[in-house]
Design a protein around this ligand. Structure first.
Ligand SMILES: Cc1cc2nc3c(=O)[nH]c(=O)nc-3n(C[C@H](O)[C@H](O)[C@H](O)COP(=O)(O)OP(=O)(O)OC[C@H]3O[C@@H](n4cnc5c(N)ncnc54)[C@H](O)[C@@H]3O)c2cc1C
Length: 522
């Protein structure tokens, strides 16, 4: 399966989500793919983020995901394996065999931190073992801190930490390239400097014997006690998936790792591929990473808008994606949906609107039952197929090329039946599309919404194995219809239940339907 999208964002953390939010608000279709391994995953709280100080990192990401989804942007759990040019698009290959065909790619994959090879460091990383005075320095103020210097850049944060605590000791584990003058300056300022390799880190009882702290065991057997250990990491940009477009990371000026090189707009050397966040600059904390993602998202929006302007086009990514899906042979069975038949058979035929009609099996069946049918869809290709079938059967159905989220998609007309069968349209914050459907129901008319039961979407997937190709949270589902009917107050809900699909399960995931049938009484 290949879904067409304006922008594929690889990495759904600070940089990726901020970029996606900008793009979704520019009416660009955006799909974020994230394998849930952000750099700060071990940290319980995130510090230095104005407006969200101390928030758990996972909470910030959850808020960001919901903001992206509120504009119809999708956030998929999965992993990007490969990016390759394919005609005028970039094919983004995902675990599980599916792919995205994107006009632009935003790489926001961050970095991995490689810690010094000292036993006991890795398991304490992000808690007692820290690297960034701006992230954790306040939390260790006045505490016993041992810094283990392993690289020439190792002493870079030391003056900051010295200012936060007067109980700092520097252990020079590897003196290669470390400036002896800098060490002398530190000692002269009152910071003990120990020139010794570290053998391992272990828990140790403190002098009060009631508390445990960290024991830093040196090669000569001496043990230093600390509440926190400061180390520097080497970093590696997560860009393996870009080899197919000829992109790789280049050495960072610090000598501590590699990053992706970009220009001031976030563009890489490969047209259409942009990058933001730690993958281009490992020194960025969460707030600057989000700001950078936001800025690069805006530049991507400009680049798409200029391209469309030059082509004199105003393409709808939603229509392109659906048209591509309808490009092949007939997509659906051609049979009307069983739940539609069950719910509509007792209604007196009148005017019906079938939203998201696709190839129109439901619309044709309604027309054959005596309804005067308007069948709407975002895909003109699907509607052509419906017109052909209607002509073949000698049935009259009016087709309407409309996006549910546009203004007055149904021209202010009202219908005795508005039916949405397994249809989906993206969320907007004010619920424009949803309101248009409700507005289209005449007084005394029926709204019928049938959707797949999405209980499966709550199940966790292993991103290394598979990518879930649809994000229900980015679309208007039955729960949002119910909330809107409640808020409106002028409706009687006759049916709201989950029941087996009359046609049987389509797959393990599509066993049950959620059915909402309501009548406008107000
Ligand atoms: C232990 C620790 C604690 C920190 N504490 C703080 C703090 O308190 N305050 C602060 O401001 N900063 C802190 N930072 C820095 C912070 O982690 C970074 O600034 C921030 O994570 C950078 O955001 P990003 O979006 O660029 O990358 P990341 O947050 O690392 O996100 C990259 C995303 O890309 C995804 N990804 C990668 N490859 C793929 C792929 N192939 N397919 C799909 N998805 C992929 C990952 O799952 C991840 O979600 C800390 C860092 C560490 C290591």
């Amino acid at each position: 399966m290949g879904r067409r999208v304006d922008v594929a964002v690889i990495g759904g953390s600070a940089a990726g989500l901020a970029g996606a939010l900008q793009l979704a608000r520019q009416r660009r279709s955006v799909i974020v793919v994230d394998d849930d391994s952000p750099r700060n995953a071990p940290a319980e709280h995130m510090h230095g983020y104005l407006g969200r100080e101390g928030t758990p990192p996972a909470e910030l990401r959850a808020i960001g995901r919901d903001e992206v989804r509120s504009y119809g942007g999708e956030v998929l759990t999965g992993r990007v394996l490969d990016v390759r040019r394919e005609d005028d698009r970039l094919r983004v290959a995902l675990t599980g065999g599916s792919s995205l065909l994107a006009r632009r790619v935003l790489v926001a994959t961050g970095i991995t931190d490689e810690l010094p090879d000292i036993p006991g460091l890795r398991e304490r990383w992000g808690r007692e073992v820290i690297h960034c005075p701006f992230c954790h320095g306040w939390e260790v103020r006045d505490r016993r801190v041992v810094q283990i210097a392993t690289t020439p850049m190792g002493l870079h944060p030391t003056p900051l930490v010295r200012h936060l605590t007067d109980r700092l000791t520097v252990v020079v584990h590897d003196a290669t390239g470390i400036d002896p003058d800098a060490l002398r300056t530190l000692e002269a300022s009152g910071v003990p400097v120990v020139d010794a390799a570290v053998r391992r880190i272990a828990d140790t009882a403190t002098d009060t014997a009631t508390d445990t702290a960290l024991g830093i065991e040196l090669e000569d057997g001496t043990r230093l006690v600390a509440d926190a250990i400061l180390v520097g990491s080497r970093f590696h940009a997560r860009v393996g998936m870009l080899a197919g477009v000829g992109l790789s990371a280049t050495p960072h000026p610090s000598g501590l790792g590699e990053t992706l090189t970009v220009d001031a707009t976030g563009a890489t050397a490969v047209p259409g591929v942009f990058a933001a966040g730690n993958v281009v600059d490992p020194s960025m904390q969460v707030l600057p990473s989000a700001a950078n993602g936001s800025m690069v998202g805006a530049h991507i929006a400009f680049s798409l808008a200029h391209e469309d302007l030059a082509a004199g086009a105003r393409p709808s990514a939603g229509e392109e994606d659906w048209d591509a899906r309808y490009a092949e042979e007939r997509m659906w069975s051609g049979n009307p949906n069983g739940t539609l038949i069950a719910e509509v058979s007792d209604l007196t035929p009148g005017r019906a609107l079938d939203v998201g009609t696709g190839e129109g099996a439901d619309a044709l069946w309604l027309a054959e039952q005596g309804w005067t049918v308007t069948a709407s869809d975002v895909s003109s290709r699907a509607l052509r197929r419906l017109d052909e079938e209607a002509a073949r059967r000698g049935v009259e159905v009016r087709t309407l090329h409309a996006d549910a989220n546009s203004i007055r998609p149904y021209g202010g007309e009202r219908f005795d039946l508005v039916s949405l069968q397994y249809g989906s349209f993206p969320r907007t914050p004010e619920g424009r599309g949803l309101q248009s459907l409700l507005d289209a129901v005449a007084p005394g008319g029926t709204l019928l919404v049938v959707a797949h039961d999405l209980a499966w979407a709550q199940e966790e997937v292993d991103p290394a194995e598979t990518t879930r190709m649809f994000d229900p949270e980015a679309f208007v589902g039955v729960a949002r219809f119910i909330a809107a009917l409640d808020a409106d107050g002028g409706w009687r809900v006759d049916v709201h239940e989950t029941r087996p699909r009359p046609a049987g399960a389509v797959s393990d995931h599509h066993v049950d339907d959620v059915v909402l049938r309501a009548v406008r009484v107000g």
